[in-house]
Design a protein around this ligand. Structure first.
Ligand code: DC
Length: 236
C-alpha cells in the first residue's frame, strides 16, 4: 500500500514548490520537493570538487558521479520529515539557503542529467511514498518517470517573461527591462537543458492537467488544484 500522490511538474520558476507546499498544507499531505535533493547532490558535488582543488565550474569535471553519491551517503544527505513535508538535510543540519545559491543553481542541470544521480534520488522519493505518507511531489519527471501511476498529475506553465518577473520579485528586486531580459534568458537556458537531456527530460505527462498560471494569482492556482484533488481523495 502506498500513500496518495499528487505530481506537479513544470519548468523552472513556474511556482511548483510554493504551489505544492500550499496544496499539501491544505489537504494535510506532505510536500516533497524533489529539486531540493538534486540541489543537495549538486552541493555535495561542488564540495567534493573543491576538495580536489577545483573551486569553480562543473564539478563533474573533477569528480565522478559514484564518488559524489558515496559522499552524499557518507554525509547523510536525506529528506527528513519537518511537519509540513520533508526538508533536505546534510551532515545532520537542514541545508537551508546553501542549496539556493548561484553556484548550485548554475550546476544543478548538469548534475541532474546524470542517470545514476537520478536513480539514487528516485529510489529515495519512492521509499518515502512506500512508507505510506500522502504526498504532493514537485519536479520535472514526477508524473512521467518517478510516479507514473500518481493519482493526480498537474503540469504548471507560465510564459518565460512571467516566470522571470516572479523570480526577480522573489529576490526583492525591481522588475526592470534589463533584469527581465537577463532572467528570461537564464530561465530559457535551464528550460532548454532540462527539456533536451536524454534521461527523464522535462515534458508534460500525457495524462496531466496543464495549468497555465501566466495570468493567475497564487491562491487561484492553489484552489484550482485542491478542487481537482477533493473528489479523488474523498474528504482530504
Ligand atoms: O525545481 P528546482 O529549480 O529546485 O530544480 C533544480 C534542478 O533540478 C532543475 O534544474 C532540474 C533538476 N530537477 C530534475 O531534473 N528533476 C526533478 N524531478 C527535479 C529537479
Amino acid at each position: 500500500m502506498r500513500g496518495g500522490v499528487i505530481a506537479i511538474d513544470g519548468p523552472s520558476a513556474s511556482g511548483k514548490s510554493s504551489t505544492a507546499r500550499a496544496v499539501a498544507e491544505s489537504l494535510g499531505f506532505a510536500h516533497l520537493d524533489s529539486g531540493s535533493l538534486y540541489r543537495g547532490v549538486t552541493l555535495v558535488a561542488l564540495r567534493e570538487a573543491a576538495r580536489q582543488g577545483q573551486t569553480t565550474g562543473n564539478p563533474l569535471a573533477a569528480v565522478d558521479p559514484e564518488t559524489i553519491l558515496r559522499a552524499a551517503e557518507d554525509r547523510g544527505l536525506m529528506l527528513q520529515p519537518d511537519g509540513a513535508g520533508f526538508t533536505a538535510y546534510l551532515e545532520g543540519e537542514p541545508v537551508g539557503s546553501a542549496i539556493r545559491g548561484a553556484e548550485v543553481t548554475a550546476n544543478v542541470s548538469a548534475v541532474s542529467a546524470v542517470p545514476v544521480v537520478r536513480e539514487w534520488i528516485n529510489s529515495r522519493l519512492r521509499a518515502l511514498v512506500r512508507a505510506g505518507r500522502d504526498v504532493v511531489v514537485d519536479g520535472r519527471d514526477i508524473g512521467t518517470v518517478v510516479f507514473p501511476d500518481a493519482d493526480l498529475k498537474i503540469f504548471l506553465t507560465a510564459t518565460p517573461e512571467a516566470r522571470a518577473g516572479r523570480r526577480i520579485s522573489q529576490r526583492g528586486k525591481r522588475v526592470d527591462p534589463e533584469r527581465l531580459e537577463a532572467e528570461t534568458a537564464a530561465l530559457a537556458a535551464r528550460d532548454h537543458a532540462d527539456s533536451t537531456r536524454p534521461v527523464a527530460p522535462l515534458r508534460r505527462p500525457e495524462d496531466a492537467i496543464a495549468l497555465d498560471t501566466t495570468s493567475m494569482g497564487f491562491s487561484e492556482q492553489v484552489r484550482f488544484i485542491i478542487e481537482l484533488a477533493r473528489p479523488i481523495f474523498g474528504n482530504a
